[in-house]
Design a protein around this ligand. Structure first.
Ligand SMILES: [Zn+2]
Ligand SMILES: [Zn+2]
Length: 316
């Protein structure tokens, strides 16, 4: 760690320069600043009530493990709230094992119960089997199938645990990228739907994003200085997509012009304000196969498995 003179808030040695504000922070002040920012986001968007049961979607990566730690810390101030963690084991040989170990370690350390749900149990197929079935079909990428199946799995798991909120670790960069992608694709409904608190809808556990105003680099530094253990290796199915190009573009601009990501994020949020109502999930029905909420008669998860010639296991 390089020492950078004195902390702007106390007399300790600074270890981090917040380039967009010019603040120099010591380890303690940096950690407190992140936790304070999350508290502020949580209260500004009224993400949680004091008696909430919050399920954290834990992947084992730096963002979700850090979120678990921050929420575990904030929870101490709310004796009637509870936090649990959900890990979706997609079934990727040689990859998920490490994430499960990381998740178990963090949950034990924080005294948070960990619940693991697998694609094999929920869908009767692992992601490896789904990847094999998708070969040469010219349909969606493995990553896209996984995204659809993970989203449903998290909702099924959160309902199974009677959670009242599902906390996702999407950070400021993720949110700016998602909005930018929708904008570039001319998808205003998609743009309207990227929100800190997702629209309430029947059959869905409401999703919230307490990290939506924190830069990815700051979460990475938080994980480093708090000693949080996380999985570094990306999923072997991770693809280079249009999102990667948008990510590179925003990272380049942020590097040259610190604070630009905040600027972009807040401008897009202002545009969203004029799209009020577009994000409403109207016309939701129950999937005829699994009973989960769906915009059509069959949900996207069941449709994907059907398209691949894979039957679904009956859902609980
Ligand atoms: Zn300090
Ligand atoms: Zn379905």
């Amino acid at each position: 760690m390089i020492l950078l003179a004195t902390c702007s808030f106390c007399n300790r040695d600074a270890v981090y320069v917040r380039r967009y504000s010019g603040e120099r922070l010591c380890v303690g002040c940096f950690i407190r600043s992140i936790e304070k920012k999350v508290r502020r986001t949580v209260s500004r968007f009224t993400m949680f009530r004091p008696d909430e049961h919050i399920a954290v979607a834990l992947s084992g990566g730096k963002d979700s493990v850090s979120l678990l730690h921050v929420l575990g810390t904030i929870e101490d101030a709310f004796p009637h709230a509870s936090v649990s963690a959900i890990l979706i084991d997609e079934g990727v040989a040689g990859y998920r094992r490490e994430a499960i170990e990381v998740a178990e370690e963090s949950c034990t350390q924080l005294g948070i119960p960990l619940h693991i749900y697998s694609f094999s149990d929920l869908y009767g197929r692992s992601l490896d089997e789904i990847a094999d079935a998708s070969k040469g079909r010219g349909g969606l990428s493995v990553c896209s199938y996984c995204g659809v199946l993970r989203r449903k799995a998290l909702n099924v798991a959160a309902k199974d645990l009677h959670a009242s909120k599902l906390a996702l670790a999407h950070n400021l960069d993720d949110e700016a990228q998602s909005m930018m992608l929708s904008l570039l694709r001319g998808d205003l409904v998609g743009l309207a739907r990227v929100r800190p608190v997702l629209e309430k809808a029947e059959g869905f556990v409401q999703r919230v994003k307490p990290f939506c105003e924190i830069l990815e680099t700051e979460i990475a530094f938080y994980a480093q200085v708090t000693g949080v253990r996380f999985q570094h290796r990306p999923c072997p199915y991770k693809e280079t997509s249009m999102r990667s190009d948008v990510r590179r573009f925003i990272t380049l601009l942020e590097d040259k012009h610190p604070g630009m990501t905040y600027g972009l994020y807040h401008s897009l949020r202002k545009i969203q304000a004029n799209l009020e109502g577009l994000d409403a999930k109207e016309g939701l029905q129950l999937c005829q196969i699994c009973g989960e909420p769906s915009s059509g008669t069959i949900c996207r998860a069941c449709q994907s498995l059907h398209d691949l010639g894979l039957t679904t296991a009956p859902s609980t």
